[in-house]
Design a protein around this ligand. Structure first.
Ligand SMILES: Cc1cc2nc3c(=O)[nH]c(=O)nc-3n(C[C@H](O)[C@H](O)[C@H](O)COP(=O)(O)OP(=O)(O)OC[C@H]3O[C@@H](n4cnc5c(N)ncnc54)[C@H](O)[C@@H]3O)c2cc1C
Length: 461
């Protein structure tokens, strides 16, 4: 741990107040890691900002002193994005947690970055509207983190990801200047879309201090189905066939046998256990369309040899099933000291091929794996159940991931569908993005943050 210069520490305290600054080793430990396995680094100091003006003053200070600043929401990231850089200030936005406005006339909500995704969703429901992005971590992840990672969720298939719901952003730039981009207009083509540049920028271009979100009408009806299969690739083929039949349900999630057993053991929701794969399918919208879509999905599941297709009998059962799926990562994390989860993503026509490949790689490297994910998005989460103290096994895990990413790229897919590059995947980005994209990304970064103080060492440095 690199201590912070005492003068700088005093200046930080004068900006936010003594109570918003952590320096004791035991207080810093929870901020030494995020949700990514096998990565940790002690910060020099953790600072909680309460206002945009404080963010501005801290950035000015860091920029003048050349001290790295790592922005942090709830620290649930899965690519090491909020992992401290050596000697850095961790600047935490969780206490900027006010919902500033719900505008029912324009269907928008203005929030500070520390509001959780669930609070946004609940506030929308409270006025009869709908905020669809629902990452598995939504109870604790912040909207600032969601925008910085462009997070997806269980409803991404039909409703898209965070980017599709961001209408405007207030961003504090690395030199302290405050920029507003976007507005409540549905159409606006004035200049470059800077808003899109900051979405998914993983804390490397500026600090998001306000988010103007789009809300939509709440769907009138919903139906949830569970289908089980005797083979993983039958479930994958079922998903490919549903998409090929031009059915875009709200949710098409899957769990493999290992994950089903871990989830049932943990959440006890009565999942069927005598199968190799389970699909959670949800249709929402007009009641007649929902009934038709659900019937078509059931028929396609049966054509693909489903062992059982069960319809949730009420909202409570549907909610239990969605919660079970959301708990997949936590449930797997209980059974091994280290769980390394990835999010290789392929075009949906290639799902069955990718699933078979992941299984073969796990066998070849003698690794224990649980796979689940947003199958309708082609977004798989192969999760290796391992132990970071076993260096020889960790080497095999890394070899397995390299092969999985190479195959995803070969099939026209990507190395990350939603978790971002951060530290965990920066070695794979150049091969995926190519020279021209890497050059443009580096130059954009230099233009906005010439001293490289924001989240150094992440993404491509
Ligand atoms: C159990 C579990 C389930 C998950 N499920 C999903 C899922 O379904 N879909 C999905 O996409 N992800 C998922 N994730 C990953 C993670 O929750 C998301 O990436 C989330 O958006 C991170 O939010 P956070 O507040 O925890 O951000 P952090 O982890 O604190 O930060 C993430 C990144 O955002 C930057 N950042 C944070 N706040 C700001 C800000 N105000 N301004 C600028 N940059 C900022 C950080 O520097 C960092 O680079 C899951 C994680 C867990 C642990």
């Amino acid at each position: 741990m690199i201590p912070l210069n005492p003068q700088l520490l005093n200046q930080l305290k004068s900006i936010v107040g003594d109570g918003q600054v952590l320096t004791a080793r035991e207080d810093l430990i929870p901020y030494a890691f995020d949700g990514t396995a096998a990565l940790s680094q002690m910060p020099a100091v953790v600072v909680f900002a309460l206002t945009t003006a404080q963010l501005r003053d801290i950035l000015k200070l860091g920029n003048e002193a050349g001290v790295p600043i790592v922005t942090r929401g709830s620290g649930t990231g899965l690519s090491g994005g909020s992992l401290p850089s050596p000697g850095c200030i961790v600047l935490c936005t969780v206490k900027m947690d006010r919902i500033l406005e719900v505008d029912r006339a324009n269907l928008t909500m203005l929030v500070e970055p520390g509001v959780t995704t669930l609070q946004v969703a609940d506030a929308a429901t409270g006025v009869g509207l709908f905020y669809p992005p629902d990452p598995g971590s939504m109870k604790i992840s912040t909207i600032g983190g969601n925008v910085a990672e462009n997070s997806g969720g269980l409803r991404g298939l039909k409703y898209g990801v965070t980017r599709n719901y961001v209408m405007g952003l207030e961003v504090v730039l690395p030199d302290g200047e405050i920029l507003w981009t976007g507005n409540k207009c549905v159409k606006d083509v004035a200049g470059y879309s800077l808003r899109d540049l900051f979405i998914g920028s993983e804390g490397t271009l500026g600090i998001i201090s306000k988010v103007l979100l789009k809300l939509i009408p709440k769907p009138a009806a919903k139906k949830t189905l569970v289908a089980t299969f005797a083979a993983m690739d039958a479930a994958a083929q079922c998903v490919s066939d549903i998409i090929a039949a031009q059915i875009i349900p709200c949710t098409l999630e899957f769990l493999d046998r290992t994950t089903i057993h871990c989830v049932e053991d943990y959440a006890k929701v009565g999942l069927p256990l005598d199968c190799e794969a389970l699909l959670l399918m949800e249709s929402d919208g007009h009641p007649a369309a929902v009934a038709d879509e659900a019937a078509q999905m059931e028929a396609i599941a049966r054509t693909n040899g489903a062992l059982e297709v069960r319809v949730a009998k009420d909202d409570a059962e549907a909610a239990r099933l969605a919660t079970a799926r959301r708990s997949a990562f936590s449930a797997l994390a209980r059974v091994a000291p280290t769980t390394i989860l990835e999010d290789a993503t392929v075009p949906r026509s290639e799902l069955a091929r990718m699933i078979r490949f992941v299984e073969a790689v796990a066998r070849k490297h003698r690794l224990r794996i649980g796979t689940f994910g947003h199958m309708g998005d082609g977004n798989l989460h192969p999760t290796f159940l391992t132990d970071e103290r076993n260096h020889e096994e960790m080497h095999r895990v890394h070899e397995a991931f390299k092969e999985i990413f190479d195959e995803a790229i070969r099939l026209g897919g990507t190395i990350t569908g939603e978790h971002g590059i951060g530290l965990a995947k920066k070695d794979f980005l150049p091969k995926f993005a190519g020279d021209a994209s890497m050059r443009v990304m580096r130059e954009l970064r230099r233009a906005l943050d010439p001293r490289g103080i924001l989240n150094p060492g992440k993404m491509f440095e």
